[in-house]
Design a protein around this ligand. Structure first.
Ligand SMILES: Nc1ncnc2c1ncn2[C@@H]1O[C@H](COP(=O)(O)OP(=O)(O)OP(=O)(O)O)[C@@H](O)[C@H]1O
Length: 295
């Protein structure tokens, strides 16, 4: 049988297509007729708490069934049993709460997931477990029990399990949470390399990670997509609306005192302030309307 994940040309064809995706929890509409496609590359999902990012990622990772709409991922339809299996075989998923067994070692944890991912050849499987341990810099903790790992190490273990079997689709829910600066940098390098020839979707609250890593960024709000473009395009939303000044701005605008003692304001510039270069974070804050009364 032909494997769609292998035969689809990576750059030109959307690898993941979402049409009219809708999800409710009780009365709350969490995904509101979402339409989006993803090709190869790294896409970042930004949005305030409760915007629907995890819900969208869970639908793509086949752990949650939408109420309406269609998904095609790597040529498979997760609404069908065989389609779900097809996606799961090619998916690397880092959920927000991976729920590891505390008494397993790091190695045993990955070996267990690799067995679930149908790696039946023991020698090949162990080689793959060592490979992903090394990718996330945990080789020296292979024999440490999960309960004895630090929070950041557990997060790296969670990432390692998502990397098993070189998935064609990587879905990472807040992958940089708890990582120290060195590990965050390492994750950026790893994820950007993976994104060269596969689809990587990651949700985050770290706008610097989006600016550094993602070629595309989606901003979600109340189950809809508010923005779809490049990080530079998102920063450009704030062009002319970020300023630096010596005087403390009045109430009602978002500002903070910078290291050099000046005031950086997002929104209407106070008198005497000069324009500053906007960042992805500025654009995001303006877009989701979080620039008033916060200071
Ligand atoms: N299992 C559930 N049952 C009921 N409501 C839920 C459930 N899971 C999520 N929700 C609600 O759905 C909405 C979207 O949640 P979701 O986790 O997708 O947001 P998010 O954008 O990932 O937020 P965060 O940045 O906090 O992780 C929230 O209002 C949340 O309370």
């Amino acid at each position: 049988m032909t494997d769609p994940a292998v035969t689809v040309p990576l750059v030109t064809v959307p690898l993941v297509t979402v049409r009219g995706l809708r999800k409710r929890y009780g009365r709350a509409l969490v995904l509101d007729d979402l339409d989006v496609t993803f090709g190869a590359g790294v896409t970042g999902l930004l949005g305030r708490n409760g915007a629907g990012k995890t819900t969208l990622l869970r639908c793509l990772a086949t752990t949650l069934a939408p109420d309406a709409g269609e998904i095609r991922a790597l040529g498979f339809d997760p609404a069908t049993r065989s389609g779900r299996s097809g996606v799961r075989r090619r998916l690397g998923y880092l959920p927000q709460d991976p729920g590891f067994y505390p008494h397993f070692t790091a190695f045993e944890t990955l070996d267990y997931v690799a067995i679930l991912k149908e790696m039946t050849d023991r020698r090949e499987r162990h080689r793959e477990v060592w490979r992903v341990l090394s990718e996330v810099g945990l080789d020296d903790r292979a024999r440490t029990k999960v309960r004895k790992l630090s929070g950041g190490m557990r997060q790296r273990l969670a990432l390692a399990q998502a990397l098993l079997r070189e998935p064609g689709l990587l879905v990472l829910d807040e992958p940089t949470v708890g990582l120290d600066p060195e590990q965050r940098l390492r994750l950026r390098a790893l994820v950007s390399r993976l994104g060269e020839n596969r689809t990587v979707l990651l949700s985050t609250h770290q706008t610097e990670d989006v600016a550094a890593l993602c070629e595309r960024v989606l901003v979600m709000d109340a189950g809809r997509i508010l923005f779809d473009g490049t990080p530079a395009g998102l920063a450009a939303v704030a062009t002319g609306r970020v300023s630096l000044g010596d005087d403390r701005p009045g109430p009602g605008s978002l500002f903070w005192r910078t290291a050099d003692g000046r005031y950086r304001t997002i929104g209407e510039a106070p008198a005497g302030a000069v324009a500053a270069d906007p960042t992805v974070e500025d654009g995001y804050l303006l877009l989701v309307g979080r620039t008033e009364g916060a200071a």
